[in-house]
Design a binder for this molecule. Sequence first.
Ligand code: ADP
Length: 487
Amino acid sequence: MKKRKRRGLHIFGKTTLIKKILAFYLVIVAVSFYFMLAVGRNYIYRQVQEETAASLEDAIDRLMKSTLIGTNYDEKKLAELRPSFEVAAQAAGGRILIIRETGEIILDTEKVTGEPYYNVLQHGEVSFLHKNATYNYTIGGYLGTPCLCITTPLRHSSQFQGYLVFAHADSIIINRSDYYYNILATVYYIVIGLLLLTYIGLYFFCFIPLKKLRAGSKDFAIGRDNPPIIIRSNDEYGEMAQTLNVLGQELSKFDDFQRKFLSNISHDFRSPLTSIRGYLQAFKDGVIPSEETEKYLDILISETDRLTKLTNQIIDLNSYDKDNILLSVSSFDIHDTIHRAIDALDGLAMKRRIAFRTEFAVEGALFVDGDPEKIHQVLFNLMENAVKFSYEDTLIYVRTSVKKDKVFISVRDTGIGIPKDDIGKIWDRFYKSDLSRGKDKSGTGLGLPICKEIITAHKETIDVVSTEGAGSTFSFRLPLSKRKKSG
Ligand code: ADP
């Protein structure tokens, strides 16, 4: 039972915004149409009827004041007054009758004076004389057509003399109410037409683009080729389509990125593990001569170091991704930090007869604002790369310069350089240029992405200028500290 009910609800298919607005529009049209026809027409008729009754009462009032007060209505007097009655009747678009209590009609502006036009009304017919207004009445057929009859008693010297009846044909009232109704109907149809135009406008300018956005983004999925939504208009919908397209592309790439990330990690873990296992097996099998033990133990230590470095870098990057890097900003001497990094790398550099040269903006301390430990990490990574990718017997230059309120720090080597096509990729995680692979076995491809994250967290920039075969210069900036020199 329940199931059947549900199917019934979906008889018109999926509920969409356009259908809801169409239903709303149709309900408005139906309800207003009903009110127009049934209520509106009747209401106008009643209003015109009441207005006519009021204007007839006014006309009678004027007539009474101007001609009838204090009159004795004998036949001679009435004949005298007849022209005034005729003028008043014509002006109000009606007919004036004077009827005695007995039912005798002694004057009718629509009949010529003379015998024998005066009727005597029957008892039942005269009862309307006691009411002020009677609607749709023919006075027992005497008037010929249904009329609105307004009745006023006539007196002379407080003596009752009969009734003045002002009759107004209903057909005139109907004509007038039809006239007003037609005006109202025309306005109504114009409003309905405008509503229809609004609906058509909404359909083309809002619903069609909305439909496209819905259809285009409905199947967006991670790792899929999400085709772009094409909306050419330069409005909110166009903007929304652009935003969704960017999102779609990011989603397409996301899976790719994740897959690459995992394959890189597994690859970088697998190679040192394979070599560690190989050497350990060789030790176990006793195939390594005792004089070479030291050499192979060094290799084992270096491979485990590499695994430790890789793990630490992945943990660092992962934490940078999750929350913004928490910086512990202070004013510190960048020259001192550079010297600390040089000291840490001196051993490695000396092995390859590479030396560091400093070219500082000022002698002594130069204070910058930043996180000293994180900046030390950046300098260490850049200088370690410079050592790794330099030729033997060369120099590495570390420079500082001050421009306005910024300090520029650069690390320049004259090593292998970076191929032009690779420059844009070196900030990507796990990227290692083909050129560098042979030279550097310990590299993880995570050092530069970490540098970039750290400098970006300082709201500063890091850049590289490099020529293949000639060398590279990495430079970044930091805000100059207000504190110029230490004690
Ligand atoms: P890695 O641990 O491999 O050095 P990085 O992210 O620090 O990882 O560097 C990524 C790649 O950028 C390196 O493998 C190398 O190809 C290139 N690169 C970085 N610094 C230099 C440099 N000073 N000279 C030449 N190539 C460099």
